[in-house]
Design a protein around this ligand. Structure first.
Ligand code: 6U4
Ligand code: NA
Ligand code: NA
Length: 169
């Protein structure tokens, strides 16, 4: 790895209703997958400012209460760049999430599938997300801080190469 780039990743959550808003990425990196809202931190911008800007650009909402949750590093075998992703949840905002050029927002239940059905919301679609999400979402949803790194290698035996641990941010 020859350089580290800062990114943000923000998830709107209504804790009391067990709801999380995921965006279906419409273009570019990660297209076709559900994820949080976020992107590159621009020069001269704080990570928190970048998180709020991307949230407005991609979901058309303005953050009121935003909290740092964890940090994930992603390395790709064919790239010299290590992605340093700052993960946040937002629990209060202005406006409602709406479709933008980059994202189609959809509410999901944070409950297991059987319980999610009873409130008429899809559960979190891990099969249609980045494969690492399934590893750190349990900590994220439990509001435990987390740090981890995932290395995406050319598939050798179909297994993910990853390591997760509880830790300081
Ligand atoms: P531009 O160049 O403006 O279209 P920008 O919106 O700045 O792009 P983008 O969307 O490419 O940046 O940023 C990538 C987003 O994908 C960040 O929010 C981090 C997130 N991301 C990247 N790899 C991920 C992974 N393995 N798992 C995950 N999120 C990932 O959950
Ligand atoms: Na983005
Ligand atoms: Na951007």
């Amino acid at each position: 790895t020859s350089s580290v780039k800062q990114y943000t990743l923000v998830f709107p959550i209504i804790t009391g209703e067990n709801k999380i808003c995921l965006g279906l990425k419409k273009r570019g990196f990660g297209v076709g997958r559900y994820n949080g809202f976020g992107g590159k931190v621009e020069p001269g911008e704080t990570v928190l400012d970048a998180a709020k800007r991307e949230l407005l650009e991609e979901a058309n909402i303005t953050a009121i209460k935003i909290s740092s949750c964890g940090r994930m590093y992603f390395a790709f075998e064919n790239s010299p760049v290590l992605m340093d992703v700052h993960v946040y949840r937002i629990e209060e905002w202005e406006q409602e999430p709406e479709e933008t050029e980059e994202m189609l927002p959809k509410w999901h239940s944070t409950l297991p599938a059987a319980q999610a059905e009873s409130v008429f919301l899809p559960s979190i679609p891990f099969d249609n997300m980045w494969p690492d999400d399934e590893l750190w979402f349990p900590l994220f949803l439990a509001k435990k801080s987390f740090v981890g790194r995932v290395d995406f290698n050319k598939p050798v035996d179909g297994e993910k190469n990853s390591k997760m641990e509880d830790g300081p941010m």
